[in-house]
Ligand binder design. Structure first.
Ligand SMILES: Nc1ncnc2c1ncn2[C@@H]1O[C@H](COP(=O)(O)OP(=O)(O)O)[C@@H](O)[C@H]1O
Ligand SMILES: Cc1cn([C@H]2C[C@H](O)[C@@H](COP(=O)(O)OP(=O)(O)O)O2)c(=O)[nH]c1=O
Length: 197
């Protein structure tokens, strides 16, 4: 079973991801993330930090996904393991549809085409939703800010996430991320346990 965690920067994904490692230890899930695949992840992170050409960045996110699938996700699923990924393809549809607007003639069509027929669809996607202003205030304390972390950009990204969730309600679990971290962890742990039972 493939479970993905999604949400805008500052939504509390990393906090949730770390908390689930303890809460779900008895299920021995494989915890993984995008970007960050073996041998390509560092290049992708350098491209994000450089804030360069959006198409180069998008192609690197897709390449990172290909390596992630081939080297990490598919082997673990073949072994019958639960895979929990901090970000996955919905990040691409949510973020690159915004970053590629005006750069590529059809960002959505391109993203559909590069994933169709070979990518693995998540069984369940946990989407953390919160007011962008709250996410921004959480991020204000970070020393290194990524170029995606701007109010209007994240508003558009969250809109894309919500549109995807509305199109595929059976896969998405929407979580009110403007609550305390322990309450969120309790809710997500219960949702995952119910799904894997
Ligand atoms: N539920 C929460 N309530 C308040 N602050 C939170 C919550 N979850 C995370 N934070 C804090 O917000 C900041 C961003 O959280 P993080 O988990 O790194 O978000 P993300 O991985 O989605 O960018 C961190 O300083 C973290 O401690
Ligand atoms: C996986 C992925 C991430 N991103 C963005 C989201 C983040 O702003 C940035 C780096 O991801 P990451 O370091 O995982 O950020 P976070 O801690 O917020 O999860 O890359 C995309 O734009 N497209 C993608 O396909």
């Amino acid at each position: 079973m493939l479970i993905t965690l999604e949400g805008i920067d500052g939504s509390g994904k990393s906090t949730l991801y770390e908390g689930l490692k303890t809460r779900l230890a008895d299920l021995h899930p494989l915890f993984t993330r995008e970007p960050g695949s073996p041998y390509l992840g560092d290049a992708v992170r350098r491209a994000i930090a450089a804030d360069g050409d959006p198409m180069v960045e998008a192609a690197l996110f897709v390449a990172d996904h290909a390596v992630h699938l081939a080297e990490v996700v598919r082997p673990a699923l073949a072994d019958g393991r639960i895979v929990i990924s901090d970000r996955y393809s919905d990040s691409r549809f949510a973020y690159q549809e915004v970053s590629l607007a005006g750069v590529h003639p059809d960002p959505h069509g391109w993203l559909e085409a590069v994933h169709a027929g070979w990518s693995v669809r998540p069984d369940m996607t946990i989407l953390l939703v919160l007011p962008v202003a709250v996410a921004m205030s959480r991020l204000a304390g970070r020393c290194e800010q990524e170029h995606f972390e701007r109010q209007e950009f994240l508003e558009a990204v969250q809109k894309n996430y919500l549109a995807r969730a509305a199109e595929d309600p059976a896969r998405f679990v929407l979580v009110d991320a403007d609550r305390d971290a322990e309450t969120i962890l309790d809710f997500v742990e219960k949702s995952i346990r119910a799904a894997v039972r």
